[in-house]
Design a protein around this ligand. Sequence first.
Ligand code: ADP
Ligand code: MG
Length: 226
Amino acid sequence: NRERFFHTERLSVIGELSASVSHEIRNPLTVTNGFLQLLKSSKNLSQDEKRYVEFALQELIRAEKIVSDYLTLAKPQSKNMIYSNLEVETEYTKDLITPFANMHQVNVQYCFNNSLKINYDKNQIQQCMINLYKNAIEAMKEKGGGTLLIDISEQKQNILIKIQDTGIGMTKEEVLRLGKPYYSTKEKGTGLGMLMVYSTIDKLKGKVEVQSVKGKGTTFLITIPV
Ligand code: ADP
Ligand code: MG
């Protein structure tokens, strides 16, 4: 499959790069953020200085966003590896994004029915699910709301993860661009979320199928072999 070949090619380069960078960069970002917050609350700042601090904080937020979409592209870490059925991770991340969904009139439906276990990095799976849920909610936000369906089930020796939204959908061309580094149609997007998703599923020897209708919605169907 041609499309899959290109994805894998891209992933090996990006994966190596991010492995060394992402983890290291988080701490200094947090520290810088803390000091800038302190500076911001100082009473001796001029109008201009206040503005500079505000810019610096905004750019930090952007850097943090890039790192969090990107972070878990790193190779799986042995301390995060578990042998389980994805229930804890998919449910935890569903709870995590529910306030964000509610904020945008998105109703979340969650269905779990899987007893098959696999080896996986729990942080990577969490980040992968968050990236997919977030994209789905963002696609519905533009339509004033909708329904996010998360369905985890098993079929023969495969775990099936279905993530369905009633958002803005994509054209065929847009679907083909998914996972290309920095491809984003959002004003403040990183274009790294789907790259991370493909990378994670790739490592599990799984596949990602995308069905999308422009204006109607999108379904991601992920199949992971046991
Ligand atoms: P970002 O979310 O930062 O833009 P992603 O890699 O997560 O980057 O997604 C890339 C692009 O793919 C998005 O900008 C959007 O155009 C498209 N996309 C991803 N998921 C969906 C979805 N569920 N519905 C519609 N478009 C989507
Ligand atoms: Mg995204």
